[in-house]
Design a protein around this ligand. Structure first.
Ligand code: HEC
Ligand code: HEC
Length: 396
């Protein structure tokens, strides 16, 4: 079968040290069948024709000792990230040479055709007691860096999305092979036994779930009708923070501008509150947390639209945030009068659903988010608890 491969050619030669002068670049060249032509640099494929090894994209590379980034691949972090079972994450973006990311007044950045965004999930290593489980140290990630030391960290999966020639985003996840040198696509999910080990000694065995292709869309299609896969994190306000690059710590938007990858003025953008920044208000921190962790489904056109519980950063109506709003679902939970009972977290359906995780037992149907989380986010839950507790205990 002749599959049309969109190939982004790299302007950079190299690989051997003495780089030939940059070749003319076409952002997306269609090749019938066969291998991409670029000699080096990131290569781009439609997600449906994703190669059988992650290394073929040349976004990240591992020699079994270190994970490193490919040519012109830029790491980034978010002010407030998605919680995923205490996994650490290395996020990257890459755009074809000669193209730029455009900023929009609000909402996601506009990426050029051929752009590739990845997120690698990994854990700091710990000694597990559960036979066959991956031992994972439960510790807050210190954002920054451009490599991962595999002597002390274990790679789990690298999720990848690519802006295809027709403008849509395609996505695929690659699960890292046992030898940690490359990763293989997994389309229909995979269960991985993990044991979280807290420094104080507590051990939490749980089953980490690599999402299915369908589950990727369940979270990433922020519009449940079109079900188009969209990026969630890359928005100016989420990226407006410093990152410790190999060359020093600078603001991410300014860094992208300086590299010529981001069009327009990078200064003066709003910044999402950092969810665990003790200097920020509980209100702002909780709203940032709910925005990133919940609003991809809990928005007026999302998967959870019918609940009327909308948790995006732009929502102002208290009822939309669940305050004094009766739950629409969950008949077995009629004892909860409201999603959020002001001043009383334990009487709030929203808090109940955040704390309903019993690893590997209680149906995920009760727990929220309904995907991507298999253990409590103790710190996140404490934040939401504090947010509800601080509300004046009255309903209109
Ligand atoms: C539980 C919901 C959820 C599921 C399931 C999910 N994602 Fe995401 N994903 C997110 C959120 C929220 C972000 C942004 C926040 C962050 O990066 O911490 C994100 C970020 C990403 C990113 C970085 C760019 C971006 O959109 O921010 C990639 C790439 C990605 N996801 C790919 C995938 C793929 C591929 C799958 C399926 C294998 C998948 N995701 C499944 C919620 C989800
Ligand atoms: C992957 C999509 C998805 C994500 C992400 C998600 N939810 Fe939900 N949520 C749903 C769906 C679908 C429903 C409706 C069905 C149900 O009640 O289980 C729902 C229902 C709820 C309800 C009941 C609301 C009502 O009025 O009946 C609460 C409370 C809730 N979610 C809280 C959250 C919180 C808090 C987060 C983030 C920490 C979150 N959800 C993230 C899909 C999601």
């Amino acid at each position: 079968m002749a599959v049309a491969l969109a190939v982004a050619l790299s302007a950079c030669g190299g690989g051997g040290g003495s780089a030939p002068p940059p070749a003319p670049v076409s952002a997306a060249v269609t090749v019938e069948g066969g291998e991409p032509q670029a000699a080096s640099g990131v290569r781009v494929y439609p997600a449906a024709a994703a190669p059988q090894k992650l290394s073929a994209w040349r976004v990240v590379a591992s020699d079994g000792a270190t994970l490193a980034l490919g040519d012109r691949v830029v790491p980034y972090a978010l002010n407030t990230p998605l919680f995923s079972d205490y996994a650490h994450k290395l996020r990257t973006l890459w755009v074809p040479p000669g193209t730029q990311i455009e900023r929009t007044a609000s909402g996601p950045l506009q990426f050029p055709i051929g752009a590739v965004v990845t997120k690698t999930f990994y854990y700091p290593k710990a000694a597990a007691q559960t036979p066959g489980a991956l031992g994972a140290r439960r510790i807050e990630q210190a954002e920054g860096g451009e490599t991962i030391d595999l002597a002390t960290h274990h790679l789990v999966e690298t999720r990848l999305m690519v802006r295809q020639e027709d403008g849509t985003w395609g996505a695929v996840t690659y699960v890292w092979d046992a030898d940690q040198r490359d990763a293989t696509p997994v389309r229909s999910g995979q269960a991985i036994a993990v044991e979280l080990v807290a420094d104080a000694g507590a051990r939490t065995p749980f089953t980490y779930q690599v999402p299915t292709d369908r589950q990727c869309v369940d979270c990433h299609a922020t519009n449940a009708t079109t079900r188009r896969f969209e990026p969630i994190g890359p928005q100016a306000r989420h990226l407006n923070r410093r990152y410790a690059y190999a060359g020093g710590s600078v603001n991410q938007l300014e860094h992208l501008s300086a590299l010529g990858l981001l069009a327009g003025d990078a200064t003066g953008a709003p910044a999402t509150t950092v969810w665990n920044d003790a200097a920020a208000s509980i209100e702002a921190r909780a709203r940032a947390y709910l925005d990133v962790n919940c609003a991809s489904c809990h928005n007026p056109v999302g998967r959870a639209a019918a609940t009327g519980l909308w948790l995006g950063a732009d929502v102002v109506a208290p009822t939309s945030l669940g305050v004094c709003k009766p739950p629409v679902g969950g008949a077995q939970y009629r004892r909860f009068a409201y999603d959020v009972q002001p001043g009383d977290p334990d009487a709030s359906f929203l808090y109940h659903r955040l704390t309903s995780y019993r690893p590997n037992s209680e149906p995920p149907r009760v727990a929220m988010p309904e995907l991507g989380r298999h253990v409590f986010d103790a710190e996140g839950n404490a934040l939401i608890r504090a947010w509800i507790a601080a509300m004046p205990p009255v309903c209109p």
